[in-house]
Design a protein around this ligand. Structure first.
Ligand SMILES: NC(=O)c1ccc[n+]([C@@H]2O[C@H](COP(=O)([O-])OP(=O)(O)OC[C@H]3O[C@@H](n4cnc5c(N)ncnc54)[C@H](OP(=O)(O)O)[C@@H]3O)[C@@H](O)[C@H]2O)c1
Length: 317
């Protein structure tokens, strides 16, 4: 099969397709024919630095998510040809991932999907929609009457969160740090330029999804009404932890703070997402689409930050 195989730091211009053996099936693992995959910042980090870390099995095929069909069901009970989505659980790090024509995956991170969406639209779903879904419903308990602030909304996750919240009927305020990108947020009710401080500039916010993360969290906490919830899901601000965070003073009285981590996807959430997409007639959006044979160009677009939204790569067309 064709696959991207890396064993050291790999800038986009060195990304290439190699020949690799189709993995051998073993109990508890199924072989998936990859039909498309979404690209993630974490794969860029893997290519450009993390690959040198001792905990990465090398050589490795990157890719933390995909959609495709069961090629060999092993002991799963599924039928060959079943449409599935897969994500996380060590994919593309502890074991080979989805930048390949076939991928061997642990059954508990593979989810049958009932959907007629084309492969490219399906590929925009697993990691991005599971994270948006968990953040909005499991963590923020979003409901139609909420006013949702999405901070750092010009990313795949932000666009998905806008689609979900608008379909629910929420009022959505979405921010970007670039004036030129305000127009990309026209699906929200209000697009705001975020120059670092939003306190006092937004009103009536009951729920907030912070994709900038620790860099903006204290300010985001001051933007929500009493009884409101803030979910910290992203780290676009480049600050990963908060030393000196003082919960007594930094979390306003009666405001709740939560965080979402996408490491434990469930069939229930996958089913709920596809029911929601179907019920609301939503086709998940993406920013750019590449063929697998153009994977180098896809990685270059990712490294250049030129794509607004998810990059999806179709395989075997
Ligand atoms: N908690 C979890 O389990 C989980 C799961 C998935 C993703 N995430 C995180 O969620 C965030 C979004 O992920 P994604 O995959 O949707 O990202 P993405 O589509 O790759 O978007 C990255 C883009 O975000 C934009 N951005 C917006 N505001 C920014 C800011 N203040 N600083 C820097 N960049 C900003 C940047 O473009 P411009 O600068 O041009 O606007 C950048 O090109 C990331 O931090 C990711 O690590 C978390």
């Amino acid at each position: 099969m064709k696959a991207v195989v890396i064993s050291g730091i790999t800038p986009a211009e060195q990304v290439k397709l190699s020949e690799a053996p189709v993995p051998c099936v073993r109990p508890g693992w199924v072989l998936v024919r990859v039909r498309a995959f979404g690209m993630n910042h974490s794969e860029q980090v893997l290519r450009l630095s993390e690959i040198e870390a001792p905990y990465i099995q090398k050589p490795v095929i990157p890719g933390i998510e995909c959609v495709g069909e069961i090629a060999d069901p092993s002991d799963s009970g599924w039928k060959a040809g079943q449409r599935v989505a897969a994500l996380m659980g060590g994919m593309g790090r502890s074991f080979d991932g989805s930048y390949a024509e076939y991928v061997l995956l642990p059954i508990h991170h593979v989810f049958p999907v009932e959907s007629d969406l084309p492969w490219d639209a399906l590929a925009a779903v697993p990691e991005t929609w599971f994270t948006a879904w968990g953040s909005l419903f499991e963590c923020l308990r979003l409901a139609g009457e909420d006013t949702l602030l999405i901070r750092g909304a010009t990313c795949a996750l932000g666009y998905a969160a806008i689609q979900i919240a608008r379909a629910l009927g929420c009022r959505v305020i979405a921010t970007t740090h670039r004036p030129a990108k305000l127009a990309l947020l026209d699906a929200a009710d209000e697009a705001l330029l975020d120059e670092g401080t939003l306190t006092g500039r937004v009103h009536g916010v009951t729920k907030a999804l912070d994709l900038i993360g620790p860099r903006s969290l204290r300010d985001t906490l001051r933007c929500v009404e009493k009884g409101g919830i803030v979910c910290d899901t992203g780290i676009l601000g480049g600050v990963f932890t908060l030393n000196g965070f003082d919960p007594i003073k930094d979390i306003p009285n009666g405001v709740y703070l939560t965080g979402f981590f996408s490491n434990q996807p469930t069939q229930r959430a996958v089913d709920d997402i596809f029911s929601f997409l179907s019920a609301h007639g939503i086709v998940p959006g993406y920013g750019a689409r590449y063929s697998f044979s153009d994977i180098r160009a896809a990685c270059a677009a990712q490294d250049g930050g030129r794509v607004n939204g998810k990059i999806v790569v179709t395989v075997g067309e």
